[in-house]
Structure formats: structure tokens, C-alpha cells
Ligand binder design. Structure first.
Ligand code: PMP
Length: 368
């Protein structure tokens, strides 16, 4: 074959659409309320902030490459074996490392229709082929996933609760998914929003990751712990999966300040409880508020909700987004997730939530 005139990425790389984060500002500046990235309005735990600041006193030394203090703190909090925990620079990194370790050329990775876009990026970046399973009622469909398993399938990602829909699979459905997968297929359960869920039939999947040889659960410090800027995620996995990921991760992938902040954050149960309580108060208020304006809202168990708009000029999600942005209310368009007629709205602080409902009311009543 003729050699290219310049380096060419391997097949699949240029098929990746770059991940586009939610907006964080407003054209022309001005006060904004950010309800676009599922961040917590409470911010991080004061203990985590103090630990982060203290850790910046010594920046010239490398951190502990195994993040022992952080793994120990997580293990203590959830009653786990620290050897089965791996930490990453955000759970994004771990989701990618799992695809690099278990996917690759000639393999397929499955995720669901409205699943988190990082799965697709990770599968393609590994050289594998992404396979999309349709959802039912904006909820992960176990049968649709199982129907797409082939001899080439190596990894399956499910987000529970799902982003951007806010829906969840009860634990018996996760078990049914696991039971239907061949034992060599890795099931990755992404529990980025697990701490917010109040439903009795929900479980983040810890038990399955502990008892099965092919299940991993990932979690993040970016959401309820309020440390998105610091980039910390973790996973609990069978020992052989933790070992594989440890072999391919960067040797110092979690920074010293991140290890310090995360260790303090996970121990501050009162702060987490306050964030969860705030969410439980406002999630129904926002849901009912939007419904009272005649808009359909997908029932959510997470810290965000999906609001649907009519596909009509002047009333569409695109128009609502423009109107809200003009008012300094930043929400998330989810067209890239196949949902062009909806906006995803994060449960924010009381002032922002109130301003959002007022502006949404003005939009719906045509006061624009
Ligand atoms: N999984 C899901 C479902 C998410 O929504 C996010 C954040 N957008 C992540 C994982 C990644 O979070 P982080 O890399 O900050 O841990």
C-alpha cells in the first residue's frame, strides 16, 4: 500500500465526533445560572476544600501512583476491598481505559441509544465498533441490548441512572442483563448519579461488581461531591479487571490534590446527605413546575430532568434554549443524544431553580 504523506490516525479515530461540553456562559457576558452540566449547587465539602488547599503546599513531588489514601477512604465508606478499586482522572478516564483493555480492532462495544457519549468515543478510540441498542420509553432496554450481542461483543456500557434521560433500570433488570450476557463480555455499570437515587428498587451495582467476574461499576466525584474541576473517578471491579486497568493507566493519573480532596469528600457523609436532600426537594418542584406549564417531563431519579418541547416554530427546544440563554439561564441541548426536542436541566440552587421556572413560564406563555 502507498505510504501516506503524513501520519494518519488509525481507522475509527476520524469517525469520532469531538465531545462538546455544555455551554457555561452567555453571549455578551452577564450573570448566569448554570443548569447545564449536572453539577451540584452545594459545591464541595469544606473538608475537601481544606484538604485540597493543604495538598497544594507540596507540588514538586509526584503523588502516590496507586492513590492508596483515596482507595482506602472509598473502601472504608462502602465496605470494599481497596485492591479492587481503581481511581482515575474522572470516571471518563476509567470508561475509556476499560474499552482500551477489553475492546480494540475487530470487537464491538454496545451502549444504549441515549447513553453517555464518552462510551462511543472510547469504543472508537480503542479501534472497536460501537453498536447502539434502542431504548424503550427513554429507558435502557435490556432485551434490545441482549439482541445485539454477537461473537465480537466484548464490552457493554449502561448508565444507571441514565444521562440525559434521568430514567433508571431497577436492579432486577440489571441482573437480567448480566444473566443474559456471555461470561467473557464485560458489563460496565456507570453510576455517575447513583448517590441521588431514592427509588427502593434501585441499586448502583456494587454487589454485582463484587460477586461477578465480568462486572465493573464506575463512580465519580464530579457530581454529588462537587469536585468536577479536580477530575476524580473510581471503579470497583473483579481483581483481574482492576489488574488489567492498572497495567494500562498512566502511572500518576490522579493528582496529589485530587487524592487529598477526594479522600476528605468521601468521608463527609453529612455534606453528601445535604446535597441529596436539596435534590430530593427540588427535583419534584422543577418537574411539577414544568408540567404545570403543559410541558412533558421524563420522570427522573437523578439531579437533572429532561423537558420536552413541541416541534413547532417559536415553541421548540431550540427556541426555548435561545430564550433562556438570553435570560442567563444555561441549560443543555441534547441533540447529540438524539433528542432534538428536549432540554436537559440540572437541579441547581433555589435562586437559579426559581429563576428558571419563571423564565420557562414566560417562554411558554409567549412573552418573548
Ligand atoms: N458518566 C456519566 C453518565 C456522566 O454524565 C458523566 C459526566 N458528564 C460522566 C460519566 C463522567 O464524569 P467524570 O469524568 O467527571 O467523572
Amino acid at each position: 500500500a502507498p505510504r501516506p504523506a503524513r501520519p494518519e490516525p488509525r481507522p475509527g479515530v476520524l469517525a469520532i465526533d469531538t465531545y462538546v461540553p455544555g455551554k457555561s456562559g452567555r453571549p455578551g457576558g452577564g450573570k448566569v445560572y448554570k443548569l447545564s452540566s449536572n453539577e451540584t449547587p452545594l459545591g464541595p465539602s469544606p473538608a475537601a476544600l481544606a484538604a485540597l488547599h493543604a495538598a497544594t503546599a507540596k507540588l514538586e513531588t509526584y503523588p502516590d501512583g496507586r492513590a492508596t489514601a483515596l482507595r482506602t477512604a472509598i473502601a472504608r465508606r462502602y465496605g470494599l476491598d481497596p485492591e479492587r478499586i481503581v481511581c482515575g482522572a474522572g470516571s471518563d478516564e476509567l470508561l475509556s481505559l476499560l474499552a482500551y483493555a477489553y475492546g480494540g480492532p475487530g470487537t464491538e462495544g454496545i451502549y444504549s441509544e441515549h447513553g453517555f457519549l464518552v462510551y462511543r468515543i472510547a469504543i472508537l478510540a480503542s479501534g472497536g465498533e460501537p453498536v447502539v441498542a434502542p431504548e424503550r420509553d427513554l429507558t435502557v432496554d435490556v432485551d434490545a441490548i441482549l439482541a445485539r450481542v454477537t461473537d465480537r461483543t466484548r464490552i457493554v456500557y449502561v448508565t444507571n441512572p441514565n444521562n440525559p434521560t434521568g430514567t433508571y433500570l431497577p436492579f432486577d433488570e440489571i441482573r437480567r442483563l448480566h444473566a443474559g450476557l456471555p461470561p467473557h463480555v464485560l458489563l460496565v455499570i456507570d453510576g455517575a448519579y447513583a448517590e441521588y437515587v431514592r427509588a427502593n428498587d434501585y441499586s448502583a451495582g456494587l454487589e454485582l461488581a463484587l460477586e461477578a467476574e465480568n462486572v465493573v461499576m464506575t463512580r465519580t466525584f464530579s457530581k454529588i461531591h462537587g469536585l468536577a474541576a479536580v477530575r476524580i473517578g473510581w471503579m470497583v471491579a473483579p481483581a483481574h479487571v482492576a489488574d488489567a486497568v492498572n497495567r494500562i493507566r498512566g502511572p500518576f493519573n490522579v493528582s496529589g490534590p485530587a487524592i487529598a480532596a477526594g479522600s476528605a469528600a468521601i468521608a463527609d457523609e453529612a455534606h453528601m446527605a445535604a446535597a441529596a436532600a436539596h435534590n430530593s426537594e427540588w427535583l419534584p418542584k422543577l418537574t411539577e413546575g414544568a408540567r404545570a406549564l403543559g410541558l412533558a417531563v421524563t420522570p427522573s431519579v437523578a439531579n437533572f430532568l429532561l423537558i420536552h418541547f413541541p416541534d413547532a416554530p417559536g415553541r421548540s427546544a431550540e427556541d426555548a434554549d435561545a430564550f433562556l440563554t438570553e435570560r442567563g439561564l444555561i441549560t443543555r441541548r441534547v441533540t447529540a443524544y438524539g433528542l432534538p426536542n428536549a432540554l436537559r436541566v440540572t437541579v441547581a440552587g433555589a435562586e437559579a431553580n426559581t429563576a428558571f421556572l419563571a423564565a420557562l413560564g414566560d417562554f411558554v406563555r409567549g412573552q418573548h
